[in-house]
Design a protein around this ligand. Structure first.
Ligand code: ATR
Length: 285
């Protein structure tokens, strides 16, 4: 990499940022597409967020990713927010405009493109979402016009019910429902795509899974864990052992980055280029 007077700066705002893989994604994409840019991690405290956004703009930073804990709080400091990001209620990508940064959410389009890249058909499927946090909410909104049915399975039923109600209201039809985690046995008579959005099973708790009953997994055709560390979670193992296909969240991470890179550079990353970055990501885990 050669840095000169024309090098453009991009980066990630979050806290912590030490373990981020985003610099690997973007600096590899820059290398592959021969763009003169560099991507750096910036640790930003909550109290400094507004100053950080202003400072980044004044310094000419061309684009930023935003991660935990700033995805929701950053919205008031942006010039504009894209409709999808507003609906999801979280921003993970800032694109520079003449007046200020415009906020986007590339997490959900990233998940969808990751699924398509693995030839996964989401349309018309019955989907179970495990968990009812911010990510589960975004996944439910991504699926409302694709899935045949969405079931949100969560320890705290009210949270699942709130998301289902919001999605149904937006969709104008009854597409989503809520089930308490303890009643998972009621879901065993159909075949499902299951998207695991909780942090149960994440490093260093690799031995954990939200549901350990092997019978639950017999009806999972595809299990998608949004966790990527470890690469093979206990949830994925249980899905595979029961005969289903299992995927981790590394491709979602990859494609949310690719979509941000495309927004920033007005280019299109091919499947072959995406695969090259994916190989490098796997080496870094
Ligand atoms: P995110 O924004 O990443 O989705 P979150 O809002 O903290 O994170 O949501 C985490 C989800 O994982 C929640 O649905 C949580 O269940 P509750 O709504 O009952 O709190 C779920 N979760 C986390 N740890 C869990 C555990 N040990 N058992 C069951 N559910 C768990």
């Amino acid at each position: 990499m050669r840095i000169d007077g024309l090098t453009k700066t991009y980066g990630l705002m979050g806290n912590p940022v030490e373990h981020t893989l985003s610099p690997v994604i973007h600096n590899t994409l820059a290398e592959i597409t021969q763009k003169n840019l560099v991507y750096l991690p910036f640790q930003v405290e909550k109290k400094d967020l507004q100053n950080a956004v202003r400072g980044a703009f004044s310094l000419g930073i061309q684009g930023l990713n935003v991660t935990v804990p700033h995805k929701e709080n950053i919205m008031p400091y942006l010039y504009e927010t894209d409709e999808l990001a507003r609906r999801i209620g979280a921003v993970n990508t800032l694109v520079r405009t003449a007046e200020g940064y415009k906020g986007y959410n590339t997490d959900m389009p990233g998940l969808y493109r990751a699924m398509l890249s693995d030839d996964m058909i989401v349309d018309g499927r019955k989907v179970i979402i495990l968990g009812a946090g911010g990510v589960a909410r975004a996944v439910a909104f991504m699926l409302y016009d694709k899935a045949e049915k969405i079931i949100i399975l969560n320890r705290t039923l009210q949270k699942a019910e709130a998301i289902a109600a919001e999605v149904n209201d937006y969709a104008g039809k009854s597409i989503a429902g809520a089930v308490p985690l303890t009643s998972y046995t009621t879901l065993m008579n159909e075949k499902y795509l299951v998207i695991q959005t909780t942090n149960v099973g994440m490093y260093p708790h690799e031995e954990d899974a939200l549901i350990t009953d092997k019978n639950f997994y017999k009806n999972i055709q595809i299990g998608y864990d949004l966790i990527y560390n470890p690469k093979e979670t206990m949830f994925m193992k249980l899905v595979r052992e029961a005969g289903g296909q299992a995927y981790c969240g590394l491709k979602m991470l990859l494609y949310q980055g690719i979509i941000a890179f495309e927004l920033w550079n007005g280019c299109k990353i091919s499947k072959e280029q995406a695969d090259m970055v994916y190989e490098r990501l796997k080496e870094c885990l």
